[in-house]
Design a protein around this ligand. Structure first.
Ligand code: KG4
Ligand code: ZN
Length: 342
């Protein structure tokens, strides 16, 4: 089965063709970083307009790169939520119209299920059940995956998501947008032990997270450095490295806790923050404790069409599809509300 995947939930236009027998045939991602960077964050209306501009030519290009014609497609999967309302509408409208004109099924995919299953594209033999750490700009969740569509939320953030914490901290250090890549690049040259930021909620039981206090700690320390006249590039690098170390330590500790609580032996990580090098290395270290660790290659960590085509194909293959031609999006959509797939 060949499925076209369309992702437009936020600030990346992603398109891909996934073949359930041959794997990923082609994929394209267009990032809107340049559009939003001057504003220091995503401007929803500009995001929608950019998706309108790029989606159609990218679909043509991706189908051609896969060596196919539109009529060779067996279904169209698109992100139906969660995400920005206008941005989601662009992808949903295009996908459903295309599916209708081709007389093929369309399927709205949950963006976080796309992230959740993305590691399976490259590591198909992952043992179930597994614990998944989903770390993106909007989510920080630990999820027990028992089967496709059978997800139990083990922990979530009580305030900021990890990616949001990276973005806000980068903003206050005047590093620009998006914050994750900027902080991690700067942290490479910094001393992660210079500032002793707390590892939030690690002293309490459970798998929940809280990251909003960390950025306040960074701000407080940065102000002290300004007052002392020492907020130079080296100090900023130390702040970035110390902040990143606090996030990484906290995420790893909660992953270990989730594995212990569930008895699962496999850990999967996905979402934009999983592109972070320090975090990837730290989780790899769990392999010494007999844990199987998997995460996507960096291009499939951040938003992309391949994960939507893949997750969509798994469900379409089992007979799931949108019940009507009506265009529906779900800007807010808890992952636990997804139907199980048997
Ligand atoms: O999954 P994603 O592309 O979009 C959402 O669904 O939110 O994640 C974007 C988030 C942003 O907050 C960005 O700063 C963060 O992922 N991110 C990173 C890195 N690359 C992207 N955070 C830390 N280190 C990175 N290398
Ligand atoms: Zn995402």
């Amino acid at each position: 089965m060949r499925v076209l995947g369309i992702e437009t939930s936020c600030d990346e236009t992603g398109v891909a063709v996934y073949d359930t027998e041959a794997g990923l045939l082609a994929h394209r991602v267009h990032s809107q970083i340049d559009v939003h960077a001057v504003y220091g964050g995503v401007v929803p209306e500009l995001a929608s307009r950019d998706h309108v501009r790029y989606l159609r030519p990218m679909v043509d290009e991706t189908i051609a790169a896969a060596g196919l014609a539109p009529t060779d497609l067996d279904g169209v999967a698109y992100t139906t939520g969660p995400g920005l309302l206008g941005a989601l509408l662009v992808g949903a409208t295009f996908a459903k119209t295309l599916a209708l004109s081709l007389e093929r099924p369309a399927l709205g995919v949950h963006h976080m299920e796309g992230h959740l299953l993305a590691p399976l594209m490259e590591t198909p033999d992952l043992a179930l059940p597994f614990v998944a750490l989903l770390v993106s700009g909007g989510h920080t969740q630990l999820i027990l995956v028992r089967a496709l569509g059978d997800y139990e939320l083990l922990g979530t953030t009580l305030d900021d998501a990890a990616g949001e914490a990276f973005d806000k901290t980068a903003k206050l250090l005047e590093l620009g947008y998006p914050g994750g890549p900027k902080i991690s690049a700067l942290a490479e040259t910094g001393d992660p032990t210079r500032f002793g930021f707390t590892r939030p909620l690690t002293d309490r039981p459970g798998c929940d997270f809280s990251f909003s206090g960390l950025k306040t700690q960074v701000l407080t320390e940065a102000k002290k450095c300004v007052d002392a006249g020492i907020l130079d590039d080296g100090t900023k690098a130390d702040l970035a490295a110390s902040f990143q170390a606090a996030i990484v330590d906290t995420l790893v500790l909660k992953c270990v806790r989730a594995l212990e609580e569930t008895g699962a032996k496999t850990l999967v990580m996905s979402g934009g923050v999983s592109a972070n090098r320090q975090l990837r290395e730290a989780l790899r270290g769990l392999e010494n404790r007999g844990v199987q660790v998997a995460y996507p290659s960096p291009q499939f960590c951040t938003d992309n069409g391949a994960m939507i085509a893949f997750a969509g194909a798994l469900r379409l293959e089992r007979g799931q599809a949108d019940a009507s031609a009506q265009i529906q999006i779900r800007p807010r959509w808890p992952l636990a509300d997804l139907p199980e797939v048997v």
